[in-house]
Write a protein that binds this ligand. Structure first.
Ligand code: AMP
Length: 326
């Protein structure tokens, strides 16, 4: 189980941190993937563009290879059972631990005038999203590690107080380290709303991709063998590893080690490989995004599967909690 907020255009971080694994997992697991529209209200209370963003996230999920017939692909607000479970879990979450969450502190810094309770309890709603399907594997990027740890705490508290209902959810990347796709300017990670000129979006035109990559920071190159790569150069290699062939990566790696690397050539190569990677996703997503009747069918089918699973969990939850009075 996993989700993405409809707060803007999806980017390479969303793809390699999340979507790529959704697509792999749908082949061998029962999967639930959602558009986290309720979560988006914690930071984006203006809903004028919400519908367009929801459609975009659905389309970009499908264009990346997600098959709505294999996985349940749905909108969070179409599964009201989640909000009931969120309420119960809120009684097991403490103000102190929520205030210490890194993402809360970050967002409080970014929007000091809107430190709403939803922002504070974000990890609680996220736990409800996951465990409403009694899911144990959560394909996410590295930025979500702390939230998953909190989810395990809430689950353990629930199970301890009311009896074993939920498995412990784990962040999942097929046994590998969780992914963090860095921004092109070497500061922080790619993100939907920050660092836009240093983030590669799945909707970027070929020209835009070229422009962003060619503007990435470099220097005059190493002069002594064994010089460690500065962070902004490391990032270029990391991006190349994600989208270029192994032989291409190896040849630039060797050129770096032998102090004869030309970063202009490296960026040109990276830009072309990035275009070959993003271009087909962008075009497919564009077509899907404009097919509203297909998107409606996807949402309805997804909600049906998600509600069947959620309904069964909530029955169990209410029984264990003693909320059955007949
Ligand atoms: P969000 O965009 O915050 O709704 O996150 C959706 C998913 O994308 C989550 O699983 C995140 O961990 C993942 N994600 C977002 N940004 C990055 C990034 N720069 N690198 C890796 N994963 C990311």
């Amino acid at each position: 189980m996993s989700g993405i907020r409809p707060t803007g255009f999806l980017h390479l971080g969303n793809y390699f941190g999340a979507l790529r694994n959704y697509v792999k997992m749908q082949e061998s697991y029962t999967c639930f993937f959602m558009v986290a529209d309720l979560h988006s209200l914690t930071t984006h209370p203006d809903t004028k563009e919400l519908k367009a963003h929801v459609h975009r996230v659905l389309a970009e999920n499908i264009a990346s290879g997600l098959d709505p017939d294999k996985a349940a692909l749905y909108c969070q607000s179409h599964v009201p059972e989640t909000t009931e479970l969120y309420l119960y879990l809120n009684m097991l979450a403490y103000k102190g631990e929520l205030e210490k969450t890194t993402t809360f502190k970050e967002k409080a810094r970014l929007q000091p005038d809107n430190m709403n309770a939803g922002l504070l309890t974000y990890p609680v709603l996220q736990t409800a999203d996951i465990i409403i399907h009694r899911a144990s594997l959560v394909p996410v990027g590295k930025d979500q590690e702390q939230h998953l740890e909190m989810a395990r705490n809430f689950v353990n508290r629930f199970n301890h107080r009311y009896g074993e209902v939920f498995p412990e959810p784990m962040a999942f990347n097929f046994g590998e380290e969780l992914v963090k796709v860095p921004s092109l300017d070497g500061t922080g990670k790619m993100s939907k709303s920050e660092n836009q000129h240093a983030t590669l979006y799945l909707a970027d035109s070929d020209e835009m991709i070229r422009k962003k990559i060619m503007k990435a920071q470099t220097d005059s190159g190493p002069t002594e063998p064994g010089t460690p790569k500065p962070a902004y150069i490391e990032n270029l290699f990391l991006l190349m590893k994600l989208v270029s062939g192994a032989d291409v990566l190896e040849s630039f790696e060797q050129a770096y080690q032998e102090c004869r690397i030309r970063y202009g050539d490296m960026k040109k190569q990276l830009a072309e490989d990035m275009i070959a990677f993003i271009g087909p996703i962008r075009e497919k997503a564009e077509a899907i995004r404009n097919d509203h009747s297909y998107l409606r069918q996807v949402m309805e089918k997804g909600a049906e599967k998600a509600r069947a699973s959620s309904g069964a969990t909530m029955k169990l939850v209410r029984e264990h909690m003693g909320l059955n009075y007949y």
